[in-house]
Design a protein around this ligand. Structure first.
Ligand SMILES: [Zn+2]
Length: 195
């Protein structure tokens, strides 16, 4: 088998991890991990023509080939990871709750003041942004400007009430997030773990 190493400059602050473990047999599931200094082989079937299915950022994900089976397994395993780690991709949430696509956010600051004119960070395919459950609160990534400086923060979604969303909308959103928008994929992942 010819070996290719992904062309990503290693972070000098992190000891490079090169996995020399040969591919032995097809894997029913994969847990996303750092993509730095890895052989570009499909983590499911060993196919040498693999690409990165990125998860948290461009250096974290799963290597998969282009087969429908491997790509679908990668999608399932990424969503199972989000479910476990309590992440919800902003793009997925806005599809489910279009009213979340607010043009202007009233950003609740730590001192209790409110800064208007903020924006939800939706991110891109390579660099997605997430709703995350932090200290028992689902928080939304927002960016805002104050005194000419751009800032970003994760704001508990209960404060979206100051941006025009109703209490019942926010309660429903929190219930949906707690139930897990990727729960089906998580269950399928757990099933794959048992095979
Ligand atoms: Zn494959």
């Amino acid at each position: 088998m010819s070996i290719m190493i992904e062309n990503i400059a290693p972070n000098p602050l992190v000891a490079p991890i090169i996995q020399f473990v040969p591919f032995e047999k097809p894997r029913p599931f994969v847990i996303p991990s750092r993509l730095v200094m890895r052989y570009t082989i499909c983590e499911y079937c060993g196919n040498e023509s693999a690409f990165a299915f990125r998860v948290l950022n461009h250096l974290h994900g799963i290597l998969t080939c282009d087969s429908e089976l491997c790509k679908n397994n990668a999608k399932r395993d990424v969503h199972a990871f989000f479910h476990t780690e309590k992440y919800a991709r902003m793009g997925d949430i806005i599809k489910m709750f279009p009213d979340m696509n607010l043009q202007s956010i009233a950003v609740m600051r730590r001192d209790g003041s409110i800064t208007p004119g903020g924006k939800i960070l939706e991110g891109t395919i390579d660099l997605p942004c997430f709703l995350r459950k932090l200290e028992n609160n689902w928080c939304i990534p927002v960016t805002f400007t104050q005194d000419g400086n751009n800032s970003a923060k994760c704001m508990p979604i209960k404060y979206l009430i100051h941006s025009g969303l109703s209490e019942s909308f926010i309660d429903n959103l929190i219930k949906t997030l707690d139930a897990g928008i990727y729960k089906n994929e998580y269950d399928a992942f757990m099933e794959a773990c048992r095979t």
